[in-house]
Design a protein around this ligand. Structure first.
Ligand code: ZN
Length: 409
């Protein structure tokens, strides 16, 4: 999935907005038909709705079909969620609420586009896109050189048009082939994840450190203020800030993951990470730090690293994180007192001095190498299952999302 941001002119943006509105209004209406007539299958629903949607909302043939499919998919996802018990037991309040009215579609909810409705001029960074006001040509978009290359080589199938906080995005499906696994890494790049520095490598490189934490502290203070205000407008602003913060954090995680995987690949190494599942329990911190720490999505970062490594064919090994911060990377001496401060490590036995996180990441590297040599290697596993059902690529609408029908990024 490649996400590019569109840069429509104000006129183009208004047309896009009108288009999304029309598609989602039509979807809402079709959803009522599903609800009243209990026709959930694509073909049957098409019989009941196709002609009217086309006429009433002035949608093209392809667009109507995508609207109908979107509605069917939303009901299929709801059914799967109900069955999986994600909305509680039958008869519970949430379960009943999900059943008693048609699925609603937010005016700005995502709309799928196929190649006939959306064409790409990748080199020019332009798309030509179908709208209710006719074809809009030359909508500019921004993308990194890597994104452009991925689009050019691997884009395949549908894209989603999405509007978020007044910004326009197209999410394009890309099928990037996985590289063959490097079964003979020369070594491992150890990565220590922490509060003060989000990631430190065994090469001594620090990623997302002090500067990032300053911004995050400032954001948190601001959010606390808004929380106290508790007015509708403060709530709105709070929500917007939260989303923006989450986007920024995701972006940083992507960058860290990309950099780590590229560095490991370039040097023929695998990547060594701590087993992330216990990270919150493991770290004991003073209160203010705890808030910072648990609010960083290390699980997301881990997923990004695993995913990008798998694509590049690099092995990823997870090691037991116990005592990595107390163990001397030079002599192996374990002592709580070795960690003299947040930043520094001084070995009580051999006198070795190092940056604490770097010492930790070197231990992680060593443990991974040990595991690998013993043959207990675990190759880059599939990312851990997400808590929500259907959160993957396939028309990803979870039950709660289905209420507003906006697939996640
Ligand atoms: Zn030592």
């Amino acid at each position: 999935m490649v996400q590019v941001r569109l840069l429509p002119t104000p006129v183009q943006a208004a047309t896009l907005e009108a288009t999304l509105c029309a598609c989602n209004e039509a979807a809402g209406w079709a959803s009522e038909v599903v609800f009243e007539k209990d026709v959930k299958r694509n073909f049957a629903l098409r019989e009941h709705t196709y002609t009217e949607i086309k006429a009433r909302w002035n949608l093209g043939a392809q667009a109507v079909q995508h609207v109908i499919k979107k509605v069917c998919d939303a009901y299929a996802t709801l059914k799967a969620n109900l069955k999986a018990g994600n909305l509680g037991k039958p008869g519970s309040k949430r379960y009943r609420r999900a059943m008693e009215k048609p699925i609603a579609f937010r005016a700005q909810g995502a709309q799928p586009y196929d190649d006939r409705m959306l064409s790409w001029q990748i080199a020019e960074r332009r798309v030509s896109i179908w709208t209710t006001g006719g074809r809009v040509k030359d909508v500019a978009f921004t993308a990194s050189p890597e994104q452009l290359a991925t689009l050019a080589l691997y884009r395949k199938g549908e894209s989603d048009l999405v509007c978020r906080d007044g910004m326009w995005f197209v999410l394009a499906t890309c099928e990037v082939p996985e590289a063959a696994l490097n079964t003979d890494p020369v070594d491992f790049l150890g990565v220590d994840l922490g509060i003060v520095n989000i990631a430190t490598t065994s090469d001594g490189e620090i990623m997302a450190g002090r500067e990032l934490n300053r911004i995050r502290t400032r954001e948190r203070t601001l959010r606390t203020k808004l929380q106290k205000k508790n007015t509708p407008s403060a709530k709105r602003r709070l929500k917007k800030r939260r989303r923006k913060e989450a986007r920024r954090a995701k972006d940083i995680n992507h960058k860290i993951a990309k950099h780590l995987v590229a560095e490991a690949e370039r040097t023929g190494r695998g990547i060594a990470l701590e087993d992330l599942t216990g990270i919150r329990e493991r770290v004991r911190l003073r209160k203010p730090q705890r808030a910072t720490h648990s609010s960083w999505s290390f699980a997301q970062l881990g997923q990004f690293i695993a995913y990008k490594a798998r694509r590049a064919g690099g092995p990823v090994v997870y090691v037991d994180p116990a005592y990595t911060s107390r163990t001397c990377a030079e002599c192996g001496h374990i002592d709580r007192a070795n960690r003299v401060s947040q930043a520094w490590f001084v070995c009580r036995s051999c006198g070795f001095v190092d940056h604490a996180d770097r010492n930790g990441s070197r231990n992680i590297r060593a443990r991974a190498w040990e595991l690998w040599r013993r043959g207990a290697q675990s190759t880059a596993p599939a990312p851990p299952p997400k808590p929500k059902v259907g959160a993957g690529r396939k028309r990803s609408i979870t039950a709660s999302d289905a209420r507003c029908a906006s697939p996640g990024p």
